[in-house]
Design a protein around this ligand. Structure first.
Ligand code: G16
Ligand code: MG
Length: 218
């Protein structure tokens, strides 16, 4: 039976993609090329350095590792300015309610995010107390679709992977959940999340009953 829910951060609990986009766009502007919102879709759920590689390929630019690190740090300082101003009003609809419902029903909760800035975002939005475990980009060495982040989450909660359900908005995250041996609820549209066991537009449509139905299907 299901004992734990593991949540991705960006795109599931908060919309930080817009801040990532503004910061990457500013970097692209400085480097002299256009970076569109459509390009930004490719960065969702992807680690910081992998995101930079994608951005630079859009601009058809190449740099050595030292320069790339400097560019990533520059982007991050702008991004950090944005997330420093976040508050509870930026929690996505239904997210807080579903986290509370999980805990009221005896389910454990964990964060499973690629972001190295997750703690800042959780603290500023007031979400930190709703997690039994927090695994983010500071704990992992392998990025999604590698299952590491979710396996570490299950371990921290002392539950086995088959007792976990992952909530993800990115295709790489759905794959990571499956490679971890977990079910996945996709948050968004079936176009990109087709492989998830259940797809809902947002956590507003998610209930404990629907979670239990998922369990019956498996
Ligand atoms: C998030 C975002 C990605 C971002 C990554 C790393 O992942 O979706 O766009 O590149 O974190 O973020 P940072 O630069 O803050 O370390 P997730 O896993 O929460 O969706
Ligand atoms: Mg995400």
């Amino acid at each position: 039976s299901i004992k734990a829910c593991l949540f991705d951060l960006d795109g599931v609990l908060v919309d930080t993609a817009k801040y990532h986009y503004l910061a990457w766009k500013r970097l692209a502007d400085e480097l002299g090329f256009t970076f569109t919102e459509q390009d930004n879709e490719k960065l969702k759920g992807v680690s910081r350095m992998a995101s930079l590689d994608i951005l630079l390929s859009v601009g058809q630019l190449e740099f050595d590792d030292a320069k790339k690190l400097e560019l990533a740090e520059r982007k991050n300082s702008w991004y950090f300015e944005s997330i420093s101003k976040m508050d509870h009003s930026e929690i996505l609809p239904g997210a807080l309610e579903f986290l509370k419902a999980c805990r009221e029903n005896g389910l454990k909760t964990a964060l499973g995010s690629a972001s190295k800035n997750a703690m800042t975002i959780l603290n500023n939005t007031g979400l930190t107390p709703y997690f039994d475990a927090i695994i983010d980009g500071t704990h992992t060495s392998q990025a999604k679709p590698d299952p590491e982040v979710f396996l570490l989450g299950a371990k921290a909660l002392s539950v086995s992977p088959e007792q976990c359900v992952v909530f993800e908005d990115a295709e790489a995250g759905v794959e990571a959940a499956h490679r971890a041996g977990m079910s996945c609820v996709g948050i968004g549209s079936a176009d990109t999340l087709g492989k998830a066991e259940l797809i809902v537009p947002s956590l507003q449509e998610m209930t404990i009953d629907r979670l239990k139905e998922l369990n019956a299907v498996r």
